[in-house]
Design a protein around this ligand. Structure first.
Ligand code: HMG
Ligand code: NDP
Length: 429
C-alpha cells in the first residue's frame, strides 16, 4: 500500500470511499462480492457459527486512516457502533505520522493452558514429580496436536504452582500445572484445550490427585504486544491550546488514571474503543482480549492505566501501551465470516504478531484522541457533533433529513433526542 493517508475521505459517499480504497488496495473478486453484498453474513452461514440463530446483527465497518507503524502503512478496518472513535483514531494517526509514525513490537506467541489438580497426598512431591517428567508431559501435549510442532510452534515448557498453601486460606489447597504453547498464527484456545485434556490422565497418575479444570488461561502475559509514539509538542497544538499545554494535560490525565480506579476504568474503556473494533472486524475473540487487557492493567496489585504518558528530555510527549494480545490470523471464525476475510485483506498483516502490533497501536492512538479532547475542548464538542446523526436517526429522521437535523442540533448546541423529535415533526409538516 502506497499511503494510508486519504485526506477528506470522510466527506465522500460510501460508494466514493470504496472506489478510493480500491485505488490503493487490490481486492479479489470474492472480496468485492463480500464487501458489496446486501447480506454480508448469510443467515445460513450464521446458523453454522452459533446456536439458535434467528438472524444476524450488523455493525458499521469504518476505516482508521493515516496509520504508519514500523514504517509500514496500514488502513485499519474497525467494526463499531460508537461515533467519533474512527475519526479520533485517524486524527491521532495523522499527527503521529508527522512525527515519524508509531513503533510496535510483539513477543513470541506463547499461550498458557492450565490444569487444576486437587487432593494430592503430598503437593510438594507432586510438584517435583511433574517437573521431573517435564519432557514426557511436553511430548504428550504435542502428540495431541502434532501439526503445531511441525510449523515451528507447539508445547514448549511447563510450570507448576501450588495455590492456597497457607493453612489460613479459606480456599482449598491445589496444584496448577501451566503448559506453555506457541500457537503460531492462531489464538490457540482449541489447540491448548485439546492439549491439556490429553495431559490430564497422566497428570493424575503422576500426582495421585484429581484433575478438575483443563483450560486455556486468557491472562496471556507471554503473548504481549507493545506500541509507542513520540510526539513533539508543536504537533499537539490545537485551537487556543499550545502544544505544551496539551502535552502536560495528557500527562496529568495519565497520572489521574494511574492513581484512581474510577478514572482508570474510563481511561481504559477509551483504549478498548480502539482495540475492540479491529479485534471484531478481524473475526477475533474480543471477550478474550478484553479479559486479558483488564487483568494486565491490575498486574501491579491495583487496577491502573493501561497506557503510560510522559515527557522526554527533548520535551516530546511519549506514549506507550503494552497488553496481552491473544489474536490470530487463522482459526476461530476468522476465515468463516466473509467480512472478516475482507478486513484481513485490507489490513494486510502477514502474521498474528503483526496483527497484535497494529491493534495495540490503535488502542494507544485512541487513548490520546480521547485525552487530547478531554484536556482541551472537552469530549462533547467532537464526539457529540458526530453522535448527532445517531440522535437524529433515533428521533425518526430518515434519508437526507438525517444530516439536516444533525446539523441543526449541532448549530443549536442541543444534541438530544427530544429536540431532534421536535425538528423531525417540523421538517415532516
Ligand atoms: C472527533 C475529532 C477527531 C474531531 O477533531 P477536529 O479537531 O474537529 O478534527 P479536524 O476537523 O481538524 O480533522 C483532523 C483529522 O481527524 C479526522 N477526522 C475528523 N473528522 C472526521 C470525521 N467526521 N470522520 C473521519 N475522520 C475525521 C481526519 O483524519 C482529519 O484529518 P483530515 O483527513 O481532514 O486531514 C476529535 O474531537 C476527537 O478526537 N475527539 C475524541 C473522540 C473520542 O475519543 N471518542 C470516543 C467516544 S468518548 C468515550 O467513549 C471514551 C472516553 C472519552 O470516555 C475515554 C476517556 O475518558 O479517556
Ligand atoms: N477461553 C477462551 O478464550 C476460549 C476461546 N475459544 C474459542 O477458540 C477459538 C480460537 O481457537 P484456535 O485454536 O485459535 O482456533 P482453531 O481451533 O480454529 O485452530 C486454529 C487452527 O488453524 C490451523 N492453522 C493453520 N495455519 C496456522 C498457523 N500459521 N498457525 C497456527 N495455526 C494454524 C491449526 O490447525 P492444524 O495444526 O490442524 O493445521 C490450528 O489449530 C476462538 O473461536 C475462541 O472464541 C474456545 C474455548 C475457550
Amino acid at each position: 500500500m502506497n499511503s494510508s493517508r486519504i485526506p477528506g475521505f470522510y466527506n465522500k459517499t460510501v460508494e466514493e470511499r470504496r472506489e478510493l480504497l480500491a485505488n490503493i488496495h487490490t481486492f479479489s473478486q470474492e472480496e468485492i462480492e463480500n464487501l458489496y453484498a446486501k447480506d454480508p453474513l448469510p443467515v445460513d452461514t450464521a446458523d453454522k457459527m452459533i446456536e439458535n440463530v434467528i438472524g444476524t446483527f450488523p455493525l458499521p465497518l469504518g476505516l482508521g486512516l493515516n496509520f504508519l507503524i514500523n514504517e509500514k502503512e496500514y488502513v485499519v478496518p474497525m467494526a463499531i457502533e460508537e461515533p467519533s472513535v474512527v475519526a479520533s483514531a485517524s486524527y491521532i494517526a495523522k499527527i503521529v505520522r508527522e512525527a515519524g509514525g508509531f513503533t510496535a513490537e510483539a513477543t513470541e506467541r506463547v499461550m498458557i493452558g492450565q490444569i487444576q489438580v486437587v487432593g494430592c497426598p503430598d503437593f510438594q512431591l507432586a510438584k517435583q514429580a511433574l517437573l521431573s517428567d517435564k519432557q514426557k508431559l511436553i511430548d504428550i501435549a504435542n502428540a495431541a496436536h502434532p501439526s503445531m510442532l511441525e510449523r515451528g510452534g507447539g508445547a514448549e515448557d511447563i510450570e507448576v504452582r501450588i495455590l492456597n498453601e497457607d493453612s489460613t486460606s479459606s480456599y482449598g489447597k491445589m496444584l496448577v500445572l501451566h503448559v506453555y504453547v506457541n500457537t503460531c498464527d492462531a489464538m490457540g484456545a482449541n489447540v491448548i484445550n485439546t492439549m491439556v485434556e490429553a495431559l490430564a490422565p497422566t497428570v493424575e497418575e503422576i500426582t495421585n490427585g484429581k484433575v478438575y479444570l483443563r483450560i486455556l488461561s486468557n491472562y496471556a502475559d507471554r503473548c504481549l504486544a507493545k506500541a509507542k509514539c513520540v510526539i513533539p509538542p508543536e504537533l499537539l497544538e490545537s485551537g487556543g491550546y499550545s502544544g505544551e499545554e496539551v502535552r502536560d494535560g495528557v500527562v496529568h490525565a495519565y497520572e489521574f488514571a494511574a492513581s484512581d480506579p474510577y478514572r482508570a476504568v474510563t481511561h481504559n474503556k477509551g483504549i478498548m474503543n480502539g482495540i475492540d473494533p479491529i479485534v471484531i472486524a478481524t473475526g477475533n475473540d474480543w471477550r478474550a482480549v478484553e479479559a486479558g487487557a483488564h487483568a494486565y492493567a491490575a498486574r501491579f496489585g491495583h487496577y491502573g492505566s493501561m497506557t503510560t504518558w510522559s515527557v522526554d528530555k527533548e520535551g516530546n510527549l511519549v506514549g506507550e501501551l503494552e497488553l496481552p494480545m491473544s489474536v490470530g490470523t487463522v482459526g476461530g471464525s476468522i476465515r468463516v465470516h466473509p467480512i472478516s476475510k475482507v478486513a484481513h485483506s485490507i489490513l494486510g498483516v502477514e502474521s498474528a504478531q503483526e496483527l497484535a502490533q497494529v491493534i495495540v497501536t490503535v488502542g494507544l492512538a485512541q487513548n490520546l484522541g480521547a485525552l487530547k479532547a478531554l484536556v482541551t475542548d472537552g469530549i462533547q464538542k467532537g464526539h457529540m457533533a458526530l453522535h448527532s446523526r445517531s440522535v437524529a436517526i433515533a428521533a425518526g429522521a430518515t434519508g437526507e433529513m438525517i444530516d439536516i437535523i444533525a446539523e441543526k442540533l449541532v448549530e443549536e448546541k442541543e444534541i438530544r433526542v427530544g429536540k431532534a423529535k421536535e425538528l423531525v415533526a417540523q421538517y415532516s409538516k
